[in-house]
Every structure is written in structure tokens, then in C-alpha cells.
Design a protein. Structure first.
Length: 115
């Protein structure tokens, strides 16, 4: 079993930045795919960014050039740097780690972008 704890959410104004963190209870990032997802009220959960065990990344078109996913294996932590935030980025953000035979989600952290 792996526990994931997200942090770093909050209320910011449009154009500002936030960095989300996802800390795992043990280090399995090196053999896993880690993704950040988000879900806004009334909408389906969507993939925002993903990093594979080999460090390859991919992003939703809506966040390309603004968000960056990165991994710090020594701290069992994955980050999502979010720049130039927009009101439409407001959502609960979830961390997910998956691999062969396992799939874990964090509890989510709220991001609200509003003036």
C-alpha cells in the first residue's frame, strides 16, 4: 500500500503561480507513472500532466507551456509547477501513481484562481 498526500493548493489571482506537491509514503516513482489530474465542479476528472518512470512527460493542451511536472526521487515527491494560472484552472487536483498491478490516488488539493 502507498499513501499519497498532496499539498500546495490555495487561492490565487489570475496570472499567479502555485506549486503542488505529491508525497508518497515510499519510493516507487522509479517504476511508476505519476500523473496530476483535476476535477472541476460538474466536470469529469481530466489528466493534466504525467511523468513516466523514465522521465518522459506529457501535458494536456490547455496547460502546455504553463505547467511543469517534475520528480524528486530522493524525497519521494512529485511536483506540479503551475504558472500563469487562469480561472479555468480552478479545480481539485489529484495525484495518481500507477504501475503493474497497482493504482493509487491522493485525497486532492483545491486550487482556486479568482480575482
Amino acid at each position: 500500500q502507498v499513501q499519497l498526500v498532496e499539498s500546495g493548493g490555495g487561492l490565487v489571482q489570475p496570472g499567479e503561480s502555485l506549486r503542488l506537491s505529491c508525497a508518497a509514503s515510499r519510493n516507487i516513482f522509479g517504476i511508476s507513472t505519476v500523473g496530476w489530474y483535476r476535477q472541476a465542479p460538474g466536470k469529469e476528472r481530466e489528466l493534466v500532466a504525467q511523468i513516466t518512470r523514465r522521465g518522459m512527460t506529457n501535458y494536456a493542451d490547455s496547460v502546455k507551456g504553463r505547467f511543469t511536472i517534475s520528480r524528486e526521487d530522493a524525497k519521494n515527491t512529485v511536483y506540479l509547477q503551475m504558472n500563469s494560472l487562469k480561472p479555468e484552472d480552478s479545480a481539485v487536483y489529484y495525484c495518481r501513481i500507477s504501475g503493474y498491478g497497482y493504482d493509487y490516488w491522493g485525497q486532492g488539493t483545491q486550487v482556486t484562481v479568482s480575482s
